[in-house]
Design a protein around this ligand. Structure first.
Ligand code: ADP
Length: 415
């Protein structure tokens, strides 16, 4: 490892345990944020990527005024080594894994099934349950478990809290959560709609209510989380009642590389007539479809650029993406009955005025429209982009999944 400059900040003193470390462990990456729960400040953020490869990379970014960004490269063998590296970086910034100021570690866990309706302080029973859910999230839950186990090894005395991507959706009623297939078969294999991006939908739906100056309990919101993965959620009075991702994150909206909704018979057709295996169709629908499959590009910025130059393939990909959004907005409006706000979030939702405009185009009859000037005005925070006095507020609300995980974690463990 080649270290660039190492900065020694002033050591934290005397305060109680008021920091939460948020860990998001992927199969080959570990992202982290240290959050001061008294101020909401983030003393440090960072990531370790390409874990297990020769070319692993560590990027550690202390908060402004606390030192400079540090980047190292070289092999980080596994999650254990990755977290030890993170611990060293954090120690150099004053609140290391061994710091008395650390109240807990909050872990993002993708699949909590129907069991975890709330975050959980990790014990052997919780670990066993997350393990039992591995068949439902074969790529994600094992990586999340590796992160938790590693953190427990390094700080066995510290509370570890699992915060589940699915938990916010466990309030979805049966009528929306069940697929119309044979009940015994579905139950035997735990087939139902679980939904994902739950921490983001929870955070954004509440932040939207705040933006409107209302209590979340009084507000009905449709949240469109449009990142590389994308999902919609209908939230009534703070509770999720419908979401677009299902048994897996493949269902619903058109995404960067995922198809979203297709007739399930497309799968049989490709297997029987196209000679593809189940794994090949899985790979096609998850990694070579969506915007990428439609026009060879999954970055919305590039698609918009090509579309502006008259590229028809990019134009069609954009239209298919926007059409699916309008369909879901209309459907979720009907599910909610009354709609107070439509909130756009994540990389595309927060940054693409064109997508926001196209998503509500023609929906004036539903009280939905964007104001051209507000929609295109630069600005980073939560803001309204609907015309003044609009019947339904259209908002841009930056998501903050790490803060949501930290809040949920701290609520469980704070002294
Ligand atoms: P992830 O699901 O990987 O967390 P993000 O929420 O970071 O994704 O969103 C990533 C996507 O955001 C990129 O693929 C890109 O298409 C889109 N994006 C980022 N900035 C802009 C922008 N200025 N205009 C349009 N799209 C953008």
């Amino acid at each position: 490892m080649n270290a660039s400059s190492v900065h020694a900040p002033p050591p934290a003193q005397d305060a109680g345990p008021d920091h939460v470390l948020v860990l998001n462990s992927g199969s080959s990456s570990l992202k982290y944020q240290l959050i001061d729960m008294t101020t909401g400040a983030r003393p440090a953020t960072g990531l370790v990527e390409r874990i297990g490869e020769e070319t692993s990379r560590v990027v550690h970014t202390p908060a402004a005024g606390r030192g400079s960004r540090r980047e190292r490269s070289g092999r980080v063998a596994d999650h254990h080594a990755a977290l030890r590296t993170v611990a060293r970086e954090l120690s150099a910034d004053g609140v290391g894994l061994d710091s008395p100021r650390l109240a807990a570690i909050g872990h993002r866990v993708v699949h909590g099934g129907q069991v975890f309706t709330e975050p959980a302080v990790v014990d052997e029973g919780v670990l066993a349950e997350i393990e039992r859910l591995v068949p439902l999230a074969p790529l994600h839950n094992p990586a999340n478990l590796a992160g938790i186990r590693t953190a427990m090894d390094l700080r066995p005395d510290l509370p570890q809290v699992a915060v589940f991507d699915t938990a916010f959706h466990t309030t979805i009623p049966q009528a929306a959560a069940r697929y119309a297939i044979d009940v015994d078969t579905a139950d035997a294999h735990r087939v139902r709609r679980y939904g994902f991006h739950g921490t983001s939908h929870a955070y954004v739906s509440r932040a939207t209510a705040r933006l409107l100056g209302k209590d979340p309990a009084d507000v009905n919101v449709i949240v469109l989380h449009l990142g590389n993965g994308a999902s919609a959620a209908a939230v009534r009075g703070g509770c999720c009642v419908e979401t677009s991702m299902g048994l897996t994150p493949l269902e619903g909206l058109v995404m960067g590389t995922r198809s979203g909704d297709v007739d399930p018979a497309v799968v049989f057709h490709l297997m029987r007539v196209g000679g593809m295996s189940a794994d090949e169709v899985d790979e096609l629908l998850n990694t070579r479809s969506g915007l990428l499959g439609l026009c060879g590009e999954n970055d919305m910025r590039e698609i918009q650029r090509r579309r502006a130059e008259g590229d028809q393939q990019a134009g069609l990909a954009f239209d298919i993406y926007a059409h699916r959004l309008r369909k879901y907005i209309g459907a979720y409006y009907a599910v909610l009955g009354r709609l107070d706000a439509l909130a756009f979030t994540a990389g595309v939702g927060e940054n693409s005025a064109q997508v926001r405009e196209a998503a509500v185009a023609g929906l004036d009859g539903l009280g939905l429209a964007v104001d051209a000037e507000r929609n295109t005005a630069p600005g980073g925070g939560a803001r309204l982009v609907s015309p003044p006095g609009a019947r339904v507020a259209v908002a841009v609300v930056p998501t903050d999944e790490e803060m949501e995980i930290a809040n949920q974690t701290y609520t469980l463990v704070k002294p």
